[in-house]
Every structure is written in structure tokens, then in C-alpha cells.
Design a protein around this ligand. Structure first.
Ligand code: SF4
Length: 205
């Protein structure tokens, strides 16, 4: 891993910006502790399992569904985690939402506080492919004017990188349960499968 990324990750691990601003977050921050430089997944924020038990991004129930999608694209979880980078828009657990049925969505202010960490990760990892997972991550890359149905199932070029958005894989998401949306997810998985082939064939050259 490059030295500068290692230095930035050290700073992220001790970051207290949100706590100092009064947000009820729980650390430590969670992100891949290595840099796979060709593909980066960007989620919303870690959940309680990731922060208190596994310290690995997308290792709770939502992560299990995400890795089922990635498996359909041809990746095994262990190899994927070893090869690629997984991070999020905000890197600490935001706590439960008011209903208690899911996690609180980080506020725009929290997203702004964490934004330069994400920008540093992208600049230093320099991935060819970015997979934003969930509306918050998708909005970060595409802007807030789009619906998921405008974007899921397609492959884009943004700032010289391939971007393939995925919906949030949370079991609480009604969006992913709808048959029409499941067809869009299958299209997205086909694009991921194609990208996997491209990454693997260029590695062999
Ligand atoms: S969410 Fe980001 S900005 Fe906020 S304390 Fe955690 S690492 Fe720092």
C-alpha cells in the first residue's frame, strides 16, 4: 500500500470530527485496511456489526446480500476483499434510526465532515472502477437529482472511471424487493461481470 494512503488511514482511525460536532457516532471508522487499486466499493456507512465485531466493511446482513450479488458477477468474497478496496461515505457507525428498524442515515453535515477522507482515498487508490452502493453513495457521485431507477442497471464513465451503481442491499429496503427493480439489479450484475472479465484479462497481459 502506498505510504501516503497508509498515513491518511492512520489519521482516519483517530478522527473525532463528528463527535466534536455533536453527532452520536460510534467508532472506530471501518474501511479496507489495504488498497486494491483497480476497483473500489463505496457504501453509505458501517453498521453496528462492522464497528463492534468484525471491523470489516459490509460484513453484516446487508454485506451478505452485496456479496451474493458480487458472487453472481463471479467474485468470491474472500478474493474480492483481498483484491479490492471497500470504503464508505461516512466511516463511523451513525447509530440506529428513530424507528429502531435500521441505522440512522448520516446527515449532510456528517457527509461533508467525512468527504475529504473519501476524496483522499479515491485520489490515492486511483481505482479504474467505482461501485457506489446505496442512494447516499450514488448521490455523492451523480448529484441528488436522480432516482435509483434512472441509474441502476447501467454502466457510466465519470471523470475517467467506470461507475456501476448498486442499490443498498439492506433487508429493510423495499426498493430491492420489487420485481422491476430486481431486473435492474440483474443488469447491474451483468455489468459487474463484464468489468470483472476486463480487469482479469488486463491483469494477464
Ligand atoms: S464519520 Fe468520518 S468524519 Fe466523522 S468521525 Fe468518523 S471518520 Fe471522522
Amino acid at each position: 500500500m502506498n505510504d501516503e494512503l497508509s498515513r491518511i488511514q492512520g489519521q482516519m482511525r483517530t478522527c473525532t470530527r463528528c463527535a466534536e460536532a455533536g453527532y452520536p457516532i460510534q467508532g472506530p471508522p471501518v474501511f479496507s485496511d489495504h488498497a486494491g487499486d483497480r476497483l473500489m466499493i463505496v457504501g453509505q456507512a458501517p453498521g453496528i456489526v462492522e464497528v463492534t465485531q468484525t471491523h470489516k466493511p459490509f460484513s453484516g446482513k446487508a454485506g451478505a446480500r452485496l456479496f451474493r450479488w458480487l458472487q453472481q458477477a463471479g467474485w468470491q468474497e474472500e478474493n474480492f476483499r483481498a483484491q479490492y478496496t471497500i470504503t464508505s461515505i461516512t466511516k463511523c457507525f451513525p447509530g440506529p434510526n428513530k424507528s429502531g428498524r435500521g441505522d440512522r442515515a448520516p446527515t449532510r453535515a456528517e457527509q461533508r465532515l467525512c468527504r475529504d477522507w473519501l476524496e483522499a482515498e479515491i485520489a490515492l487508490v486511483d481505482p479504474e472502477v467505482i461501485v457506489p452502493v446505496g442512494k447516499m453513495a450514488i448521490d455523492t457521485f451523480f448529484g441528488r437529482g436522480f432516482k435509483l431507477t434512472d441509474l441502476i442497471g447501467q454502466r457510466f464513465q465519470l471523470d475517467g472511471r467506470t461507475v456501476i451503481p448498486l442499490p443498498h442491499p439492506s433487508g429493510a429496503s423495499a426498493w430491492i424487493q420489487q420485481p422491476a427493480h430486481q431486473a435492474l439489479i440483474r443488469n447491474a450484475i451483468r455489468h459487474l461481470q463484464q468489468v470483472r472479465g476486463e480487469l482479469e484479462s488486463s491483469r494477464q497481459q
